[in-house]
Design a protein around this ligand. Structure first.
Ligand SMILES: Nc1ncnc2c1ncn2[C@@H]1O[C@H](COP(=O)(O)OP(=O)(O)OP(=O)(O)O)[C@@H](O)[C@H]1O
Length: 458
């Protein structure tokens, strides 16, 4: 190792041992701090951020029980739960090493040691510390991102009886760890419900990982969800954890679960039953501890009855169901949502916009909102950008293009899939094939639109 890396604290009552460690480690590490008095450990920890702590198991001369070492291990982990501690003892045996590791030590070094072996153990402990640091850094980032992302839409708006019922269910279910299935059309706020459940759960300090199952291709499914080891396939250049592993301790949100093919449903079911994942190319399963929240806009019970969605998987995921009503079915929410988004976008675009007039609210309430709140939000944003004065008038809201689409649509069938296909074709044509514009018009995300294009072979 050319560059000196890592800071090490070695604690042993035998000064000769410490001297030998210092001589061995000095050429390789950034700092090797030695200490004969374990009472001074807390002070060292407060002064320096050590990567690895080498800790003697017996401090009293002739002691062999290791009790003192265990006491200090406990103290160190109290001060820094992420500390990486290697026990040193001359009396090491299998039983004690197992006990030490159970108590939170990372590994075990037996005196007298072989230099090569000792160095190898220290390097791997150092790598572990590095990944622990990265993980905690990622967690902090995720927390920060969650707060930032939640901020503009922190308010989950809804005064209608339908939404009030949803809020009550969230409050009741969030702390229970029960698997939740969220049902509702596109843009009704399913992801908001999932995040609200996570925030109100006991796991709220941990990660919330959202996976759009509809956007993951069949071939990448396992590697994305369960991870892979280096060399498992051509593009696997390094070990990589999957989403389940990343979500462990926290919540995983599987969006668009109804889009999974039957073979992938079986793979998912196995993971949920065993509560462990095996990275692609590995043979050792990794236990996972997750809260599962799923969502779909499809008629999943119908699919289960028809055999396109596994009944046993449905039972696994829907301990509790939360159904989000479509926006057209909760007109009471239109005025509050309008005020909410006007507040957000007038701030974003630095505009002074008044509360919407009753005639504007009437117009917004009469429109059927096929893309639900997402579409509503886009319309408000677009209208604020295009409007001139502080008051929005009815004419500022251009909702007619949607009406035209449906007016000009010649239907020779009422099969919903065929209707959806026709509407998509029409809107795409209207936007000259521009997927972003078409998606926005349809109140869909680009990914959702792409998925539909694939589904209908467009
Ligand atoms: N009740 C609500 N209050 C405030 N904002 C909402 C509400 N419902 C939805 N939204 C907003 O609408 C947009 C769509 O919501 P979300 O992504 O949660 O819907 P979804 O049902 O998961 O959509 P999809 O099925 O397309 O994935 C988001 O920007 C969200 O913040």
């Amino acid at each position: 190792m050319a560059e000196k890396v890592g800071k090490i604290l070695a604690v042993d009552d035998n000064a000769d041992i410490l001297f030998a460690l210092k001589m061995l480690l000095k050429p390789h590490v950034e700092l090797i701090q030695t200490e004969t008095d374990p009472e001074r450990i807390p002070q060292h920890l407060s002064e320096e951020d050590f990567d690895v702590i080498l800790l003697d198991m017996n401090f009293n001369k002739d002691a062999i029980s290791g009790k003192e070492g265990f006491h200090w291990l406990e103290r160190i982990l109290e001060i820094d739960p992420g500390a990486v501690v290697l026990f040193i003892t001359a009396y090491g045996d299998v039983e004690k090493s197992v006990k030490a590791i159970k108590a939170g030590a990372t590994d075990f070094i037996i005196k007298p040691w072989q230099n090569e072996k000792l160095l190898a153990t220290i390097w791997s402990a150092m790598r572990l510390k590095q990944s622990k640091k990265e993980l905690s850094h990622l967690r902090e980032r995720q927390k920060e991102i969650n707060t930032i992302m939640d901020q503009p839409f922190a308010d989950f708006i809804g005064v209608s009886p339908g939404m009030q019922k949803v809020f009550r269910t969230i409050q009741k279910v969030a702390p229970t760890d029960a698997n939740v299935l969220i049902l509702g059309e596109n843009g009704t706020g399913k992801e908001l419900v999932a995040r609200a459940l996570h925030r109100a759960s006991t796991r709220n300090d941990e990660t919330f990982i959202s996976v759009d199952l509809g956007a993951i291709s069949e071939t990448l499914f396992e590697s994305e969800l369960f991870g892979h080891v280096k060399g498992a396939f051509t593009d696997a250049k390094a070990d990589r954890p999957g989403r389940f592993e990343l979500a462990s301790g926290g919540t995983i949100f599987l969006d668009e679960i109804g889009n999974l093919s039957l073979p992938l449903q079986s793979k998912l079911l196995t993971v949920l039953e065993r509560r462990e994942v095996t990275r692609v190319g590995a043979n050792k399963p990794i236990p996972i501890n997750i809260r599962l929240i799923s969502a779909t806009n499809m008629g999943i019970k119908q699919m289960a009855a028809e055999g396109t969605f596994r009944q046993d998987l449905l039972y696994r995921i829907n301990t509790v169901e939360i159904e989000l009503p479509a926006l057209r079915d909760r007109p009471e929410d239109i005025p509050v949502l309008a005020e909410h988004f006007i507040r957000i976008y007038s701030k974003k675009y630095n505009r002074q916009i008044n509360k919407p007039s009753p005639s504007v609210i009437r117009k917004l309430t009469q429109y059927p909102w096929p893309g639900n709140v997402r579409e509503f939000q886009h319309v408000i944003e677009r209208t604020i950008i295009m409007s001139e004065g502080p008051s929005l008038s009815e004419d500022d809201f251009h909702l007619s293009s949607h009406a035209k689409v449906s007016e000009g649509l010649e239907l020779d069938t009422y099969n919903l899939d065929d209707v959806e296909k026709k509407v998509i074709e029409k809107v795409l044509k209207q936007h000259k094939g521009n997927v972003s514009k078409a998606a926005s018009e349809l109140g869909l995300t680009r990914t959702s639109l792409y998925r539909r294009l694939e589904k209908y072979g467009l």
